[in-house]
Design a protein around this ligand. Structure first.
Ligand code: OAD
Length: 237
């Protein structure tokens, strides 16, 4: 019997590992972003208040970088699954690039924000954004200059759309975690929530993550190999 035949509703969590082979640095690998920069210098509201130029420059460079890379086979495989899967599916990404949507994923939610919108802290509007913020442009809605910040969830801030994520998890039969180290909560806690609800859990990662023992099943290897193989399997099953 193929146990995949019992699966109707899927929640998939992705992290930096899914974009690594597109050429975007992960955070916690050797030489990764958090070895090159201190979190407390660039990724907290306090850092932004203390040295906005440094923070805006960091995110301007990252925003420019993601526009130079392309989705890889893992992004395309997940988009293929999204299109083909008849049951509920929610792709929850911690990534702030747009590679899932460029590959064609539709049922997608960015829990840590995105590089390609800017958030005006004066009027609370969000705007599509591809250029820089270091030069303190005016908000397209309220016209006030110097109030746009990266639409990124910094440490100490609440990730986006948690209600939708927990709702989807409550109705899921399978939770899959792809390319994430399991170091940052609440994302890292989703596997334990899933286990408590009796939902099947699967990790696809280059290597065992911090949370690997929480998963019922783990498959290790580069995302461009393990993700298409898993998608082929579940669509075939
Ligand atoms: P990490 O850098 O913490 O973890 C990336 C994971 O991907 C590691 O477990 C790697 O082993 C794995 N990995 C690397 N290359 C891979 C590949 N080619 N195929 C498959 N897996 C690979 O990144 P995240 O877990 O995404 O938050 O980090 C979570 C959050 O921490 C980020 O969203 C960011 C960061 O601080 C914010 O900025 C709010």
């Amino acid at each position: 019997m193929n146990v995949d035949q019992d699966i109707k509703n899927i929640v998939i969590l992705t992290g930096a590992g899914v974009s690594a082979e597109s050429g975007i640095d992960t955070f916690r690998s050797a030489g990764g972003l958090w070895e090159q920069h201190k979190v407390e210098d660039v990724a907290t509201p306090e850092a932004f208040a203390r040295d906005p130029d440094l923070v805006l420059r960091f995110y301007d460079m990252r925003r420019e970088r993601i526009q130079q890379v392309e989705p890889n086979a893992a992004h395309y495989a997940l988009a293929r699954l999204d299109v083909a899967w008849a049951g509920n599916l929610l792709l929850v990404t911690q990534n702030v690039d747009d590679l899932h949507e460029r590959a064609g994923a539709k049922r997608l939610l960015h829990m840590h924000g995105t590089h390609l919108t800017a958030w005006c802290i004066a009027c609370d509007e969000r705007h599509p954004w591809r250029g820089t913020l270091t030069d303190r442009p005016a908000c397209p809605a309220c016209g006030i200059a110097g109030q746009l910040r990266p639409d990124i969830v910094w440490f100490g801030e609440m990730p986006y759309r948690m209600d939708e994520i927990y709702h989807a998890l409550n109705h899921a039969d399978l939770f899959v975690s792809i390319g994430t180290s399991g170091a940052v909560y609440p994302a890292a806690g989703l596997v334990r929530e899933a286990r408590q609800k009796g939902i099947r859990t699967l990790e696809l990662n280059l290597e065992p993550s911090h949370g690997t023992s929480s998963f019922a099943e783990s498959r290790h290897g580069p995302a461009t190999q393990v993700v298409p193989a898993w998608v082929d399997g579940i669509l075939g099953g």
